[in-house]
Structure formats: structure tokens, C-alpha cells
Design a protein around this ligand. Structure first.
Ligand code: 6GU
Length: 229
């Protein structure tokens, strides 16, 4: 069974999400065990303090090393990958999710306030950001990572669903339609009702390329480079 340990100051915010849908199913099927831990419990300070003022001055509070490093050491195994969540980390994407999904033991650390004491880098393997915007804390990012990783574990969802998803081969997913055929004078493309699977595949591929080119020109260029033209 895969194991994910999340170190956070706000363990409650994870409960509802992890009790829903694919993640709940993976936990129930014993594909993964997720342990959400409040690292404040590791503070040796008599008031369980986890932060302090920055050396050199400046705004806000900085997370101290002791509670976090002790929490890491408590859960760390030889095979663990320790991931720090911070807006100044490397940008997360599907290939990193795939890489993390191969690991049997992940420790994910959520920051708050002005961030971590820089020396935390001596105790982690990866520093990850989920995008170019600032969140109040790492919890939402930890949910993003956990969701994207757990759904890649064997048995979480069907292999076919994974193969046709966005970002496979650097392309976005093709558009899908369902009933009714007409909604408020908006029609489903008729080729999808033709029963001609060759035509349908061709249409979907064209739409997939068009959508990627329009919405994500950066991905489109990567795709073009990979197919060698
Ligand atoms: Cl991982 N943490 C925070 N606090 N903000 C972020 C982020 C992470 N990734 C993007 N913004």
C-alpha cells in the first residue's frame, strides 16, 4: 500500500476532500493510506510555538525548523520522498505527478505565514509550487498534489481513462458532448452521431489540436517538437 504523510498546521481542512470520490475510494480499497499530522504537536516550546520573527527584520513570521524537522524525522523512511510546498518551488505538472506516484512513501509539508527558514532545504528532496500566484498556505497545494498523485495509483481509476486524459503527449483532452442533441439552439457536432469511428477519431484529433493551439500554445509547440515537425 502507498503512504502519504501530510504535515500541516491545519489538519481539519483535509477531512472533507479526502472523504470524497476517487481519494475516498482509493483509501477504502487500501490502495493508499493518508496520514494528516499537525506538526505543532512536535514543538518543544512550552506554548507549542512554531514560528518566530525573521533575522534582519521584515514583515511577518517565519516557520522555525525544530517542529518541522522533528516531524519529518518521525515519519521518514529510507524510501521516503520529502516534498516542501512553497510558491518559490519548482512549478508542478503532470510528469512530476507521475514521478511522485511511483514512490511508495511521500511526506508533504505545508507552509504558512511568510514561509520556511531557508535551512529547511537541508531536510527535503523537492520544493514544489502549484503555479504563479500566492496562496495563504500550502494546504490547497497539498490537496492538489495528493489528488493528482492518488488517481495515478494502480487500481484508482481505469487505465483507459488515464490514457485519454489532458497532458498525455502534451495535448489537452478532446471536447466531449452528451444528451440532449440540441440545447438552446446549440447543437452537438453531427459527426459524433454518424457512427463512423474513423471520422469521429479524425474529428476528435483535429479538435484536440485546435484546442491546445488556442488555449495552450506553449504545450502545442512541445507537441509539435515531439512529433518532429
Ligand atoms: Cl505550494 N504554497 C503557497 N503558499 N502558495 C502557492 C503555492 C504553494 N503554489 C502556488 N502558490
Amino acid at each position: 500500500m502507498k503512504k502519504i504523510v501530510i504535515l500541516t498546521l491545519f489538519p481539519n481542512v483535509f477531512k472533507e476532500y479526502f472523504n470524497t470520490s476517487i481519494i475516498k475510494n482509493a483509501i477504502d480499497k487500501k490502495i493508499v493510506e493518508i496520514n494528516v499530522v499537525n506538526f505543532r504537536e512536535f514543538s518543544k516550546d512550552k506554548h507549542k510555538k512554531v514560528d518566530d520573527t525573521p533575522y534582519g527584520g521584515g514583515a511577518g513570521m517565519v516557520l522555525t525548523l525544530q517542529p518541522i524537522v522533528d516531524a519529518i524525522n518521525c515519519y521518514k523512511r529510507a524510501e521516503s520522498k520529502v516534498i516542501l510546498l512553497t510558491p518559490s518551488g519548482r512549478q508542478y505538472h503532470q510528469k512530476i505527478a507521475k514521478d511522485f506516484s511511483l514512490s511508495n512513501h511521500l511526506i508533504i509539508i505545508c507552509g504558512h505565514y511568510e514561509g520556511f527558514d531557508e535551512r529547511i532545504n537541508n531536510y527535503i528532496d523537492y520544493s514544489i509550487s502549484i503555479g504563479d500566484y500566492v496562496l495563504s498556505g500550502g494546504e490547497l497545494a497539498a490537496m492538489v498534489l495528493t489528488d493528482s498523485i492518488v488517481r495515478l495509483y494502480d487500481g484508482s481509476i481505469s487505465k483507459e481513462s488515464l490514457l485519454t486524459e489532458s497532458f498525455e503527449n502534451n495535448l489537452l483532452d478532446y471536447p466531449v458532448y452528451t444528451k440532449p442533441y440540441e440545447y438552446d439552439k446549440h447543437f452537438v457536432p453531427s459527426v459524433l452521431l454518424s457512427g463512423n469511428h474513423k471520422k469521429i477519431d479524425k474529428f476528435r484529433k483535429e479538435q484536440q489540436l485546435l484546442k491546445t493551439k488556442t488555449n495552450r500554445f506553449d504545450l502545442y509547440l512541445k507537441y509539435k517538437k515531439n512529433i518532429g515537425d
